[in-house]
Ligand binder design. Structure first.
Ligand SMILES: NC(=O)c1ccc[n+]([C@@H]2O[C@H](COP(=O)([O-])OP(=O)(O)OC[C@H]3O[C@@H](n4cnc5c(N)ncnc54)[C@H](O)[C@@H]3O)[C@@H](O)[C@H]2O)c1
Length: 384
């Protein structure tokens, strides 16, 4: 079987994870070339990972041997670069966020439709072992009927570890664009689409100090909100409390908990595909009614780990979505990270920001199906 030939466009920080994970785990894909605006950066990645060709972005777009281009440029470049990839007739997998607005996402996706190329977009973490296992357990009824989700991304921004934190504090950036896609894609995959949104935002500090990288010691003055607290109501009636923050040093808020009529399911971090789901069942709580023993009391206090039902590729991994897109192209099915999900996630980000800015509830215009589940036991690099 012919391997899909992948071109990496943008050879910065996350390209390391994409390239090494694809090379290590996904043998149906071959990274055939890499390109960057800065030629030395592309050359260095080609050297480091033994990629046969490093070139300019235009040379990559003109390379007839490339099937899929993975867009790993900074967020504000995504629409422009995506348009070029589509115009070149290549299938596209883009890092998140896909676009700064629903309107712009639509334009790019319409262009892809007209051109007859496929589009996928990160996050792909919802396809991986931990979150697909969560979905299996949830769908099996392990916590009864879900009614509430707590989703909390609490960290202190990227300026303590990213060599170039500046783009994270520009207009169409901040925690909603950078991190909410992981949580939104997980929630939509687990529970379905969003119906309406209400939100508030805050900017506890307009000055962000840069701790690392070539501009360590500088300050970033920003006017964008860096903390969002929102309530989403899903179409199935489930209520989600979602907090996305670049202003919290440490918190014990759960990253993802789903509460149902018969218990609670929890997941360590939707940004990570490898993660062990945990469950708390109602019997643990009611058990002490019948047995007032130390063992029953102890059971009442804790969550229990559930096995992952797929092989865990790695805790923090990237590239599965590229493989899933290639598999969809090969088999002629729709890819799970495609247009409907992209539009719905893009609108959800817009909805939180709009409600926080203007007040009131935002009613979603877009919707989508839950991306198809992967049957348990399927190999980590297969989808059927
Ligand atoms: N850093 C992470 O941990 C992380 C994790 C997941 C996803 N992402 C996403 O991946 C994308 C890239 O993030 P990063 O952290 O690697 O950024 P980065 O700033 O480290 O790297 C971006 C690279 O793209 C190049 N570039 C800029 N404009 C270009 C253009 N027009 N054509 C070709 N190359 C261009 C830059 O020279 C740079 O080398 C972003 O969308 C980000 O949200 C990042």
């Amino acid at each position: 079987m012919r391997r899909f030939r992948i071109g990496i466009l943008g050879c910065g920080y996350i390209s390391n994870t994409y390239i090494s994970d694809i090379q290590t785990f996904y043998k149906d894909l071959k990274i055939a070339a890499c390109a960057d605006l800065v030629p030395e950066v592309a050359m260095a990645q080609a050297d480091k990972y033994g990629i046969a060709k490093s070139c300019t972005p235009d040379e990559l777009l003109a390379d007839d041997s490339i099937d899929i281009i993975v867009n790993l440029t900074p967020p504000d470049m995504h629409p422009e670069v995506n348009r070029k990839i589509i115009a070149a007739g290549k299938h596209l997998f883009c890092e998140k966020p896909f676009a700064p607005s629903l309107e712009e996402a639509r334009q790019v996706l319409d262009m892809a439709d007209r051109k007859g190329v496929r589009v996928g977009c990160a996050p792909d973490t919802f396809l991986s072992s931990g979150l697909q296992s969560m979905r299996f357990y949830l769908d099996s009824g392990i916590i009864g009927k879900p009614f509430f989700v707590a989703a909390n991304m609490t960290n202190f921004g990227v300026e303590t570890w990213h060599p170039n934190p500046f783009p994270y504090y520009t207009d169409h950036a901040g925690p909603m664009f950078d991190m909410a896609p992981y949580y939104l894609s997980a929630i939509i995959s687990l529970l379905g689409p969003i119906e309406s949104v209400a939100a508030f935002s805050a900017m506890p500090s307009g000055t962000r100090h840069v701790y690392t990288g070539p501009r360590a010691g500088a300050d970033i003055e920003t006017s964008i909100p860096t903390h969002f607290s929102s309530i989403l109501r899903l179409r199935n009636g489930v209520i989600v409390s979602m907090n996305m923050s670049f202003d919290i040093y440490r918190s014990d808020l759960p990253a993802l908990e789903i509460c149902g009529t018969d218990g609670t399911l929890s997941y360590p971090d939707p940004n990570f595909g490898g993660g062990t789901p945990k469950v708390y069942r109602k019997e643990q709580y009611t058990g002490t009614v019948y047995q007032q023993t130390e063992a029953a009391e102890a059971r009442r206090e804790k969550f229990y780990e559930l096995p992952e039902l797929y092989a865990r590729v790695k805790d923090y991994s990237r590239g599965l979505g590229v493989l899933e897109l290639a598999d969809a192209i090969r088999t002629g099915r729709r890819n799970r990270t495609g247009a409907d999900l992209i539009l719905h996630i893009t609108e959800a980000i817009e909805a939180v920001r709009a409600s926080a800015e203007n007040g009131g509830f935002y009613t979603m215009q877009t919707t989508c199906e839950r991306p198809e589940a992967i049957p348990p036991g399927v190999q980590a690099d297969k989808f059927r």
